[in-house]
Every structure is written in structure tokens, then in C-alpha cells.
Write a protein that binds this ligand. Sequence first.
Ligand SMILES: Cc1ncc(COP(=O)(O)O)c(C=O)c1O
Length: 384
Amino acid sequence: MLNSKLSNGVQNIEISGIRKFSNKVAEVEGAISLTLGQPDFPVPAKVKEAMIAAINENKTQYTSNAGLVELRNEISKYLKRFQINYDKDEICITVGGTEGIFDVFAALINSGDKVLIPNPAFPAYESCTKLLGGKAIYYNLTGNDFSIDFEALESIIKNEKPKVMVVTYPSNPTGAILDKEGKEKLHKIIKENDIIVVSDEIYSELCYADKYYSLAQCEDIRSKVIIVSGFSKIFSMTGLRVGYVCADEPYINAILKTHQYTTTCAASIAQYGALDGLKYSLPDAAYMKEEFKKRRDFVYKELKDIGFEVSLPKGAFYIFPSIKKFGMKSEEFCESLLVEGKVAMVPGSAFGNNGEGFTRISYACSMEELEESMNRIRKWINAK
Ligand SMILES: Cc1ncc(COP(=O)(O)O)c(C=O)c1O
């Protein structure tokens, strides 16, 4: 029943299914958790040193609302490696990509505006849309590689006329990346339609293909693309909460306002950490990527061997096997596996109804944990 004291928006949303499931792990003694998207590596030494120095130098005041100018300059330089061009004044530092998503949506969405979201997807897009009174509509990711059905997408855009569209590459939860052909097709659709794209590129450093493709590389639709990204995954600093948004005028100025009234600025100490991370710790990020790739290959091979239908992810640190052949809904599958097999994964349904029939495994944990969990899964499946 609706509570008249609470906003309609908040009553329309739920705590994320990822968190719900990861919280259950604590209740099962000895369970291994493959639920959270957080690297198991320590934060790079240079990031730590920069934060310690910042504390000792009393750099604990507010920074400018948009964030440290040195950090924005460094982000601008970093993005050029991906052929993405944003000036320091087109960047706003946020408290993680999560705040970035909220700020961008708060700057764009009026009550009733439609937001077109991939299905399956990271749950924040749907929840932020609903919280702000917008209407979430979906485009399905289909086939073995969870790609976009472009014909269906075009027809949704023509018929529903969404104001905003979200794309996430590399993808959480599927591990899919944007390839050249996908980029070209999306580019054409965006160019031809009156729509703003929010491109969540928080896993950009974790692309296992030779080349990285992003819609933000297309200069002619620059005014229609907003990037959300951050440092949680690249520098294994999820708890330090530093992210950023890049956008053209007038969007960046609008986002600065929503950012100002939600958080004022990201924590100064953590911003100094991110700054030296970009300056000195990209080799650490490259090392983590190589390690994730080994883990991906291991988990993929093991899952295939156990009998799962699964495709090789090309980015991020998630793998999204089908569980359809086991005749259980994803929530039931994950519950039973947790209680009986002592391994926790996230039900695919936590990412949207099109995620039903799949589970998400995060392989951002140690090789030992992955080996042990694959053994447990094999034993549990064989006993079924
Ligand atoms: C696709 C995606 N976007 C954004 C975020 C937010 O990350 P953070 O707020 O830690 O920067 C996450 C976190 O898991 C994610 O998977």
C-alpha cells in the first residue's frame, strides 16, 4: 500500500537485487561470494601514498564543485587514449559513477519522460529513472553475445520516442563490448533521432578486444552523448567513491547543479588518490586487466566443462551463463546453489526480466576462490 508520507518515486523502487543476494552470503557459513563487482586487488601504492600525503598536508577542504582541476585535466588526457575528447570544463567529478548516473538523470528527466534502458542492465538506471518520476522502457540484448537487435531498437525509438537512452559497454552483467559494427549502427540511430545517450563506460579499462569503441568517439553526435565513468574498477577503489561525468554544454552545467545540491564535491582526499592513480598507476590497471583475463578464461572453460551454455565475455569482470537447461528460475537456482553448494551468484532476474534464465558470476576474486567455487558448482550440478 502506498504510504502518503513517502514519495511515489521511492515507493516505486527496491533495494538492488545484487545487494539483496550478496547480503544473503553472510548467512551461509563457508559460502564463497561471486556476487559483487569489486576487484580483489589492493588499491595501487601510488593512490594510497597520494591520499596519505593529502591528509598530512591538510588537503581536507571542499574542492571546487566540479572537482580538482588537476584531476579533470588528467581525465581529459586519459580519455584521449580512447580517442575521446573532453576539456576539463566538460568534466564533473562525482561520488562514484553511481552519483554520476543520478546527477545526469536528475538533470534530464521530467516526470513522465521515457528512458530507454538495456535489458539486462545494471539496476541503477531503472531505479534512478523511477525515483525521478520518469518511465523506464527497455531494449533487449539478445543472442549468444547479448548484442542489440537494431531493428527492434529503431522501432522502439520511433514509436516510444524516449528522451534518454542508456548504453553500457563493456556491459554489466553480460561482459559484452561495443564493436565497430555496433558503434556504427548506434551512431546512425542516434544521429537520426532526437535522443540523448548516457554511455556508462565504467569498465572501459577492462576491454579484452584490441580496439575500444565508444559513441563518445563520434564528434558529430557529441552534443547528444554523455559519459558516466569512474575509478572504482580501474584502480580497485570501490570504497573511495570517485567517478566522473563528461558532457557538452549545456548538459555539463546542468549536471554541475544537480551534483552541487546532492554532494557539493567528491571527497578531496579520494580525488587526490584518483589523480595520482591516473598519473602513475595505469600499469597497475594493466596488470589487473591481464589477471582478470586469465580468470575469465579459466571460469569460461570450467563452466563449459561443467555443462553450462555460456559465451566468452569480452569485457568487464562478469560472465553470464544460461541456466535454462536446469529447469529453475534464476532466483531459485541461486538460492539452492548458495544453501546446498555454498557458492553465491546473482540471479539474472536482478538485472531485468530479460536476464531471467541466466546468472551473473563476478570473477573479480582470487584464483583460489574461483577454483574452489567451480569445484563446488560441479559437485552440486552432478548431484542434481
Ligand atoms: C555498469 C556500472 N555503472 C556504474 C557503477 C557504479 O560504480 P561506482 O559508483 O562504484 O563508481 C557500477 C558498479 O558496479 C556498474 O557496474
